[in-house]
Design a protein around this ligand. Structure first.
Ligand SMILES: CC(C)(COP(=O)(O)OP(=O)(O)OC[C@H]1O[C@@H](n2cnc3c(N)ncnc32)[C@H](O)[C@@H]1OP(=O)(O)O)[C@@H](O)C(=O)NCCC(=O)NCCS
Length: 177
């Protein structure tokens, strides 16, 4: 399995992975919009290939913290692995490769709204009790879905505030599901 940065020429493959993983068009559409969103940059888009076939994709987009304009933070959304390639560790490897690259580029915190049981295995912890508010409320029935991982030791304790996502993701409906 190979993980590498997705090129412009990989866009169709990336969108196919999103469609197959989520079984609908919405995430593919959102990814396309985020790729073209200037407020999302710098972004990190990684594609996973197995036997040269696209099987996974992860996207990290730039975000900002209302209380501190200088800290570099990112939002992980979405993560997608095609059904035939799930449960082989590909999602975990995409997360790990992504956070390593972001950490090297100076990003201090990565946020997401996702499955707590999955992402807690990958170093994320519930963010609300640590003082970080999401751009829009996440579903009340999943209080721990809003999560954070620090890429610099001590970063969580050093900051708090509201996380504002890129323009393309800045719609309440994307945060409710
Ligand atoms: C969620 C997803 C990215 C996981 O990718 P993956 O490559 O299959 O994950 P990994 O192989 O790294 O990890 C598999 C493990 O995670 C667990 N897991 C998968 N989805 C989970 C979930 N929603 N909640 C808790 N655990 C989950 C699996 O049961 C498996 O557990 P095991 O190791 O004990 O057998 C993939 O299933 C997917 O693309 N799903 C559809 C799209 C989606 O929901 N994306 C995430 C939201 S942004």
């Amino acid at each position: 399995m190979e993980i590498r940065e997705a090129l412009d020429s990989d866009l169709d493959d990336v969108l196919l992975v999103e469609r197959l993983a989520f079984g609908e068009e919405a995430e593919a559409e959102l990814v396309k919009n985020m790729m073209h969103d200037r407020s999302a940059k710098p972004l990190l888009s990684l594609i996973a290939l197995q036997n040269e076939q696209p099987v996974g994709h992860i996207l990290f987009t730039k975000a900002h913290l209302t209380t501190d304009a200088n800290i570099a933070i990112a939002i992980l959304a979405p993560l997608a692995v095609v059904p035939d390639a799930q449960n082989q560790g590909i999602g975990g490897k995409l997360i790990q490769e992504g956070v390593e690259r972001l950490g090297r580029s100076g990003v201090e915190l990565v946020f997401l709204a996702g499955y707590p049981a999955y992402y807690s295995r990958h170093g994320f912890q519930p963010a609300s009790n640590l003082g970080f508010e999401p751009t829009y409320p996440t579903p009340k029935e999943y209080p721990d879905a809003w999560m954070v991982r620090e890429l610099r030791p001590g970063a969580i304790a050093s900051f708090s505030g509201k996380v504002i996502c890129c323009d393309a993701l800045n719609k309440p409906e994307y945060w409710r599901e």
